[in-house]
Design a protein around this ligand. Structure first.
Ligand code: SAM
Length: 245
């Protein structure tokens, strides 16, 4: 369970909110049972439940333990806004695969337009999906979800990122294969990489040109054209394979 630092006091901590229901009703845990809690700094505490009420689960911290499950590099997934609940799928599965953050992109060919009025609610929902996926995959960090950026804002934001790539379907059609492998082989522990993915209709030529002018390298993800929601998941799997095996 993820907790904020203010929920910890000495060798005790209180779990609050929806997690109380999850612990008591879904997991049917009782006093004496053990569970793992993760603080805002990604540190994990092995805890024993001392008290369960309607509002909180009070635990004693037995010990702080070392859990090493995060991808060694920070992987930012910048994805064109997608139709229906496909973006939710990218967040849920991408979290399981170790993404550091998700950046929704207002891409030229995104059919879905961002509704500023409903935007906050949507990001809140996406953040909840990321939290639940992080918990179920035993991660020590919940990926952050950015407010949607334009391509120009993405370029500005990415100035300090170590590696920047565009997953570009035209590279796949051209038969380019080596670029992604070369970049992933150079990627070191602690470095950052941002990968940009188009929406269902792909990128406009102008977007690709702008990104390339600003240091983004265009890559193929192999000979098959993947669904917009499959491409970032393929990429995260490739990063994991390169860095963790
Ligand atoms: N029309 C399908 C759909 O509705 O999902 C395919 C969409 S594909 C054009 C969407 C994005 O996935 C592309 O802009 C690109 O970022 C990425 N993509 C898919 N297959 C790829 C490949 N083989 N190489 C590089 N990028 C790819």
């Amino acid at each position: 369970y993820f907790i904020s630092n203010e929920q910890i006091y000495g060798d005790r901590l209180d779990i609050r909110g929806d997690d109380v229901h999850h612990i008591a009703r879904v997991m049917r845990m009782n006093t004496g049972d053990r569970l793992l809690c993760c603080n805002e700094d990604g540190q994990t505490a092995l805890c024993k439940i001392e008290e369960i009420s309607n509002d909180f689960v009070r635990c004693r911290i037995i010990e702080w333990i070392q859990v090493d499950v995060e991808l060694p590099a920070h992987v930012y997934i910048a994805n064109g806004l997608l139709k229906g609940d496909k973006f939710e799928l990218v967040i849920q599965k991408g979290t399981e695969l170790g993404a550091f953050s998700f950046i929704p992109l207002k891409a030229a060919r995104s059919v879905v337009k961002w509704d500023e009025k409903k935007g906050d609610k949507k990001i809140e929902r996406w953040q909840k999906i990321a939290k639940e996926a992080a918990e179920q995959s035993h991660r020590t960090r919940i990926p952050s979800i950015f407010s949607p950026l334009s391509i120009e804002q993405l370029i500005e934001w990415s100035r300090d990122v170590d590696y920047k790539i565009i997953a570009y379907e035209e590279e796949a059609k051209r038969g380019e294969r080596k670029q992604l492998k070369n970049i992933l082989r150079q990627l070191q522990r602690g470095q950052s990489i941002v990968a940009v993915f188009g929406p269902e209709g792909g990128f406009s030529e102008q977007e690709v040109a702008m990104l390339k002018e600003n240091g983004f390298i265009s890559c193929s993800l192999g000979p098959r054209i993947l669904r917009a929601e499959t491409a970032p998941l393929y990429f995260l799997s490739a990063v994991s394979y390169e860095l963790e095996f």
